[in-house]
Design a protein around this ligand. Structure first.
Ligand code: SAH
Ligand code: F3S
Length: 432
């Protein structure tokens, strides 16, 4: 039996794409392996969001080149494929294929033709969703993409280039995927999109479906106990969606609502046209709807022209919202983006200083929140055993990792009393 190796970098959307590619290869009779020297086909499923991510892919390609069997086929799919295009063949002449995030369903074209080269970085829209086979069994957490691409055009972001204009999948297709996941093992559904709360599908009869409709429909499935969605854009957080946090118990009390910066000037240059007042108003409405809700964010420090005072405004918003579990990044100039051409690029040393200060602050708040959970009982979802096999790893409703002593008949969804906490994780015990 022929074997394939696939390594995925980057966001949840890529994780999903990787699962679909694996399912497709398995349906063609291939078997997965985690050893490059054993593989007949090697695929790197790539991320281009920051320069570091792209560099990581090219160094991994160097490693694959040395470790692979001489006649094994190898190639890249995903955002670096789209970013690099034909230049990837110039950098790594042995590559067999370079397929963008919306053309990886073309992979079978090359499987019978190992000497060919396949370049396809077209934006095929939603085609891939229809062309690929479903996964036979769903993991406990089913990631279900509901759209492709993004229309927001933040000036730093390569995603609108790599994944194209925003397209929402038909409502009935998404619900069919939810039903399939529920039937085959899913307990939690996470709806995915670059601008997930902007989901908008107009059916042929004129009915308009939004994310709130998808959540309500998925919540009807008895197997599904938890629902969440990522990643949201602040101004798409409409009242129908906010109200669901009050009425829909299966919706987790946790939301990633990236603000990126606390400075109105920087937000304007990022082309994220919302005011801090509006953002805070949305957070307050969410808290009113669901008093135990917690918010996380993504932050970029060192955006072109960011002054000390701009950066301090980011620290102020962190103080105000008290985010848990956030992601923070140094601004990275990307090809095909407007910000890369802006004047006043910030020196690396300043970016590093600001990131360290922001991270220290975010970590303090996260530790404080984790410690506040000690003594509480939370319903958590099991992700599997840790490396030692002596512990089970659960996820709380706030996506904190919670480590529990291994137990033969531990339920997948379990009530866990939190007994200890640090910045990174919690410890707990099953409540009988
Ligand atoms: N809405 C998307 C955002 C994709 S990029 C989502 O699904 O999450 C993820 C995060 O990477 C962004 O929120 C932003 O904080 C960060 N990011 C994007 N481009 C960046 C760049 N050029 N430099 C640094 N960070 C960046
Ligand atoms: Fe990127 Fe902004 Fe869209 S961060 S994915 S352009 S919302």
């Amino acid at each position: 039996m022929k074997k394939f190796f696939i390594q995925t970098f980057g966001c949840q959307m890529n994780v999903y794409d990787g699962q679909r590619i694996a399912a497709m290869l398995e349906s063609h009779g291939w078997q997965a392996t985690d050893k490059i020297p054993d593989a007949d086909l090697i695929i790197l499923n790539t991320c281009a969001v920051r320069e570091k991510a792209t560099n990581k892919v090219f160094s991994a390609l160097g490693r694959v080149r040395r470790a692979k069997r001489p006649n094994a086929m190898f190639g890249i799919v995903g955002c670096v494929a789209r970013e690099a295009g034909a230049t990837a063949f110039r950098r790594i002449p042995e590559l067999n294929f370079v397929l963008g995030p919306q053309s990886y369903h073309k992979l079978p074209e090359i499987l019978n033709n190992p000497d060919a080269r396949l370049l396809n970085i077209d934006l095929g829209g939603l085609e891939k969703f229809d062309e690929l086979p479903q996964m036979e069994k769903s993991p406990a957490v089913a990631y279900i993409p509901i759209q492709e691409g993004c229309n927001h055009c933040c000036t730093y972001c390569i995603v609108p280039y790599t994944r194209g204009r925003e397209l929402s999948r038909p409502f009935s297709d998404v619900i069919r995927d939810c039903e399939h996941a529920a039937r085959t093992g899913a307990i939690e559904i996470c709806f995915l999109g670059q601008n997930v709360n902007g989901y908008k599908y107009t059916a042929p009869n004129g009915t308009v479906y939004r994310l709130s409709h998808l959540i309500r429909e998925a919540a009807q499935l008895p197997e599904i106990q938890r629902i969440r969605f990522t990643s949201s854009y602040p101004t798409e957080m409409t009242d129908d969606l906010i109200d669901l946090f009050k009425s829909e118990e299966k919706l987790l009390p946790f939301l990633n609502l990236p603000i990126q910066s606390g400075s109105p000037d920087v937000l304007t240059r990022m082309n994220r046209p919302y005011s801090l007042d509006l953002y805070i108003d949305i957070v307050d409405k969410l808290k009113a709807a669901r008093p135990d809700i917690q918010i996380s964010s993504d932050f970029i420090v060192g955006f072109p022209g960011e002054t000390d005072s701009d950066f301090n405004q980011t620290m102020d918003i962190v103080r105000r919202v008290r985010y848990i579990n956030s992601y923070s990044f140094k601004y990275s100039p990307r090809p095909h983006t407007a910000a890369a051409l802006m004047k006043d690029q910030i020196p690396e040393s300043v970016k590093a200083q600001r990131l360290a200060a922001l991270d220290a602050f975010l970590n303090d708040i996260q530790r404080e929140f984790n410690e506040s959970c000690i003594g509480k009982t939370m319903t958590c979802l099991c992700e599997g055993a840790d490396k030692t096999g002596n512990h089970l790893v659960y996820r709380t409703p706030y996506m904190q990792q919670c480590i529990v002593p291994a137990h033969d008949d531990a339920p997948v969804l379990a009530d866990i009393r939190i007994t200890a906490a640090n910045k990174a994780s919690l410890r707990g015990e099953l409540v009988k």
